[in-house]
Design a protein around this ligand. Structure first.
Ligand code: CDP
Length: 196
């Protein structure tokens, strides 16, 4: 079975948690596409060359989850040649046999517009910054500033800006517990699975 669940949304909205839960529930593979951009941003040197030569070891280096790596990712993610270099890998992952969940910014709009299920997971900047702050610590005001800066860059770029696909189900996790958000996502997938 070829079946893609596309999960897009801004930083720290809960995409990763929902993606992992959906993948585990249905036995689908999961790709956190943000990790690709984080790895390109942290590799240093020419970002286009870094994207073209990205390998498994780059995705396992330390520090990819830091605020700095998030900023570096969103800076290289505006470069069309960087995005183009990562498209094939993501498309193949999405449409390989067995079912796949991909979370990112442009999965339902650019990488896999034919995805069987599209979710757009969002929450207010304050709620998202608070969640990210619980993970990374430091000063909460700085985390909020970082979230806002990255939102502006991701939504404002010309190539593959962050937006909900027209046919995406929007899940606002501002006032929704993670269990409810996961249950909503699982129900959406269940409703689209082939019967029998
Ligand atoms: O985990 P968090 O939501 O904070 O970020 P992420 O998903 O790891 O993505 C880091 C950055 O990579 C984003 O701010 C985007 O600029 C970029 N990105 C993208 O452009 N397209 C994707 N499909 C995934 C990430």
């Amino acid at each position: 079975m070829i079946f893609t669940v596309a999960i897009d949304g801004p930083a720290a909205a809960g995409k990763g948690t929902i993606a992992r839960a959906v993948a585990a529930r249905f036995g689908f593979r999961h790709l956190d596409t943000g990790l690709l951009y984080r790895a390109v941003g942290m590799k240093g040197g020419d970002p286009v060359a870094a994207a073209r030569s990205l390998g498994p070891a780059d995705l396992e280096r330390d520090g990819l989850r830091t605020l700095e790596a998030g900023q570096a990712a969103s800076r290289v993610a505006v470069i069309p040649e960087v995005r183009a270099a990562l498209v094939d890998f993501q498309r193949r992952f999405a449409r390989a046999e067995g079912g796949a969940v991909l979370d990112g910014r442009d999965i339902g709009t650019v990488i896999c517009p034919e995805a069987e299920v599209k979710l757009y997971v969002t929450a207010s900047p304050e709620v998202r910054a608070h969640r990210r702050w619980l993970e990374v610590g430091g000063e909460e005001a700085r985390v909020l500033a970082e979230v806002r800066e990255r939102d502006a860059r991701d939504m404002g770029r010309a190539d593959a800006p962050l937006r909900a696909a027209d046919d995406a189900l929007v899940i606002d996790t501002s006032e929704l517990g993670i269990d409810e958000a996961v249950a909503t996502a699982i129900a959406a997938v269940t409703g689209r699975l082939p019967r029998g």
